[in-house]
Write a protein that binds this ligand. Structure first.
Ligand SMILES: *Cc1c(COP(=O)(O)O)cnc(C)c1O
Length: 427
């Protein structure tokens, strides 16, 4: 229970969840774009970003795009063509088709499925990495054996159970799309996330591990797909003396100015990851003895990028917490706490936490979509309205978990203050 009468030492400056960390090189590359007048979606920064990302990640092609969401949209279109052989000229390529998607994620992971007229089927989460549960995926294929596309997220920078998931994906002859928006630089059995699926994506949104202020990238080994993505992203012009169009096009290319920022950030990716890891480890140490644990990962197989440090409160240490569609409240209880109380306490000292991504199957927009748990029961099992009584894994982690301030510029003292108020919540 957090004592609100106590006077807490506040951080002088706001401690962000995860804010951009600039180094100076970015300005030089922006200036280069300006001075050479490549203030466009063509230019050296874009070429360099694509070259360095494909080398670093280890895919043959990296296509620099306007956002992670745009990259996902093109990945979905590409997968639709590969799976169903539909021509790219169609406005929607997934009409009437189901697509298996990670459930506990940001809505940007699944919205592109709807852009193409498809129907996301949400696959429940497992407790070991907080990602798609292979058992639930297997169940989903038993129920819908014709599904051909799987969209897999590596949440908060932690690689999913890729081996298990890939085995199932291959067994059912499906196509894997990795949403590595949050996991750039994370590895699984020594390979980068973003190399396991057929068409994969990164994001350079402002709060990601490195940023361009915005931007994204499509990753693939497929030469045809890379060519198509470049074409689609620049309005699908055909080779002709005039503007000739055979396919629907998009204005999805990355700007050469944005690419300057990304280019300047790339050399610092490993440094950012090292800092994020330190933050994670400091929380782990500082929260020892409390009835909480940090977001878990497979220590044998994976090296997360530790983008966000999160915690989950033990079931027995949860005070009563109720969440409606737009409000929440809790009842203070000695020795117990909950994410609502902890987030309130953190904000009192001028720091920013965040709830776990609310699972997609419980979002009003997706409430009618199928949802599959590891026993195949899905919606029959879940209670969409009463928080704290969830029986699916995603809602349970949403109820008991939260994201902690994980900013690379947070000082050790600032982090210690965050740790102190969390400890006080369990007094
Ligand atoms: C940020 C994010 C995206 C979207 O990336 P944008 O560049 O913001 O469009 C997609 N999926 C996940 C999991 C994300 O965290």
């Amino acid at each position: 229970m957090f004592n609100t009468d106590k006077i807490y030492e506040k951080n002088d400056k706001h401690v962000w969840l995860s804010s951009p960390t600039m180094h100076g090189d970015e300005l030089e590359y922006i200036k280069e774009a300006y001075m050479s007048n490549w203030m466009s979606t063509v230019g050296k920064n874009i070429d360099e970003v694509e070259k360095h990302i494909s080398e670093y990640i280890g895919t043959k092609y990296a296509i620099a795009l306007a956002s992670g969401t745009a990259s996902l949209h093109l990945a979905i279109k590409m997968a639709a063509i590969k799976a169903y052989g539909m021509p790219g000229s169609g406005i929607v390529s997934l009409k009437g088709k189901k697509v298996f998607c990670s459930d506990m994620t940001f809505s940007a992971t699944v919205n592109p499925v709807l852009y193409e007229g498809g129907e996301p089927v949400f696959i429940d989460t497992e407790y070991d990495t907080w990602n798609m549960d292979p058992k639930a995926l297997e169940k989903a294929f038993e129920i819908y054996p014709d599904v051909k596309i799987v969209v897999l997220v590596h949440l908060y920078g932690t690689p999913a159970k890729i081996d298990e998931i890939n085995t199932i994906v291959k067994k059912y002859n499906a196509i894997l799309i990795e949403d590595a928006a949050e996991s750039m630089g994370a590895t699984y059995r020594g390979s980068q996330t973003g190399t396991f699926g057929d068409y994969n994506i990164l994001s350079f949104n402002g709060n990601k591990i490195i940023t361009g202020s915005s931007g994204g990238c499509l990753l693939t080994d497929d030469e045809e797909a890379a060519k198509k993505a470049r074409k689609w992203s620049t309005q699908s012009r055909e080779a002709a003396p005039w503007y000739q169009h055979e396919e629907i096009g998009y204005n999805y290319r990355m700007s050469n100015v944005i690419a300057g920022v990304v280019r300047g950030q790339l050399p610092y990716l490993n440094e950012h990851i090292a800092k994020k890891r330190k933050i994670y480890e400091r929380y782990q140490e500082g929260l020892k003895g409390l009835p909480v644990s940090m977001n878990p990962f497979d220590k044998e197989k994976s090296n997360p990028n530790f983008w966000l440090s999160c915690l989950i409160v033990d079931k027995a240490a949860m005070c009563k917490q109720v969440r409606s569609e737009s409000d929440n409240c809790y009842i203070k209880e000695k020795g117990k706490s909950c994410p609502t109380e902890i987030l309130e306490a953190i904000s009192l000292i001028n720091a920013e936490g965040r709830p776990i991504w609310k699972p997609m199957h419980n979002q009003p927009i997706y409430r009618m979509n199928p949802f599959i748990t590891s026993d195949g029961n899905g919606r029959a099992k879940t209670n969409a309205y009463i928080s704290g009584e969830a029986t699916d894994v995603g809602m349970d982690i949403f109820d008991r978990g939260l994201c902690l301030p994980s900013d690379n510029k947070m000082t050790a003292e600032e982090q210690d203050r965050v740790i102190k108020v969390i400890r006080d919540c369990f007094e």
